[in-house]
Design a binder for this molecule. Structure first.
Ligand code: BV8
Ligand code: ZN
Length: 263
């Protein structure tokens, strides 16, 4: 067995790496010439910071029905269960740091200037801001904020703060909920409008670490493409967005982004 496997691995690995290096070489001058760069990130960009992704084996949705924890109906039915899910995720952030992928995106913004760069993220972990990124559009909210379900007051409650199992509003005493966009809820309109504008303004659009199956976020890719952007995907493997992609960089974003952005 092993004598058959060894030559196969030895033959395949250099080929995969050469393809990635060639694709990075192709992408670098396009990125260097770009006037406006938009980036859409998903859970994969934080995987190397130790934060679980959603779909696939070991993902947050494995063994956990989305409908039980990430919908308004779930919160009405069992707010304690929903808060346990979110308090666990807040706790997991305490030991997480931005990884080289987050840092590389920060350096790209620093080089271009924030008026020529937008980082649109589906993530709720705050790691892009922790890495220093400034023009960040959080489409799905933040684990570091709570919102009163009655009076709507939003409060910053950083993940290193313990919350009670059923936190209540200081102002009206009603139940607080995570300030997260659940399934079947609309995205914050101002954030979505700005994200769509930025995608349409981009001449390069990076799609990083997302399965691109959740809407409307996934629509940003064809929006950017229709406006003439070159679409560059960074992921472990092709995704639902790959149909629109001009250059695919298939490898871990914590390794690929620093190479793409250093050059
Ligand atoms: C809306 C949850 C209008 C909270 C999230 C049928 C019925 C009902 C609704 C729908 C329907 N069909 C479509 C819809 C709309 C629905 C939707 O898109 N559903 C899909 C799933 C079918 N969307 C909505 O409901 C949105 N609202 O449409 O409003 C409306 C009104 C009334 C009724 C209907 C509609 C709201 C969507 C908000 C969802 N919120 N958050 C929480 O986070 O706790 S979604 C959840 O998925 C996450 O938040 C995350 O942001 C998002 C996207 O996931 P990804 O980030 O892409 O993560 P995933 O695990 O999938 O992929 C990881 C990727 O990383 C993989 O590709 C992997 O290969 C890669 N990777 C891994 N490691 C690495 C890596 N890549 C690089 N390097 C690595 N190291
Ligand atoms: Zn209140």
């Amino acid at each position: 067995m092993s004598s058959r496997r060894t030559p196969y691995n030895a033959r395949m690995h250099p080929v995969v790496h050469n393809q990635l290096d060639e694709a990075i070489d192709q992408a670098v001058p396009i990125l260097q010439r770009a006037h406006y760069v938009g980036v859409l990130t998903g859970a994969g960009v934080s995987a190397e910071s130790g934060i679980a992704t959603f779909r696939g084996s070991g993902g947050l949705w494995e063994g956990q029905r989305v409908e039980d924890v990430a919908t308004p109906q779930a919160f009405r039915r069992d707010p304690g269960l929903v808060w346990r899910f979110y308090n666990q995720r807040r706790a997991s952030l305490r030991t997480s740091q931005p990884n080289p992928g987050h840092h590389a995106l920060y350096r790209l913004e620093a080089r271009l200037g924030s008026d020529r760069f937008a980082l649109i993220t589906q993530n709720v972990d705050g790691l892009h801001r922790a890495a220093g990124s400034r023009h960040v559009l959080e489409l799905h909210g933040s684990l570091a904020r709570v919102r009163c379900q009655e009076c709507g007051e939003v409060k910053y409650r950083p993940a290193n703060e313990d919350l009670p199992p059923l936190p209540r509003c200081d102002r009206c005493s009603d139940l607080l909920r995570p300030d997260i966009v659940w399934f079947e809820e609309a995205l914050p309109e101002d954030v979505w409008t700005e994200a769509a504008d930025c995608a349409a303004r981009s001449d390069v659009f990076l799609v990083v670490g997302t399965s691109a199956v959740v809407y409307p976020a996934a629509r940003l890719v064809p929006i950017a493409k229709a406006a003439g952007a070159v679409i560059i995907e960074v992921n472990l493997a092709p995704t639902e967005a790959s149909y629109w992609v001009d250059i695919g960089l298939y490898g871990p974003s914590g390794e690929v982004l620093p190479k793409l952005i250093a050059l």
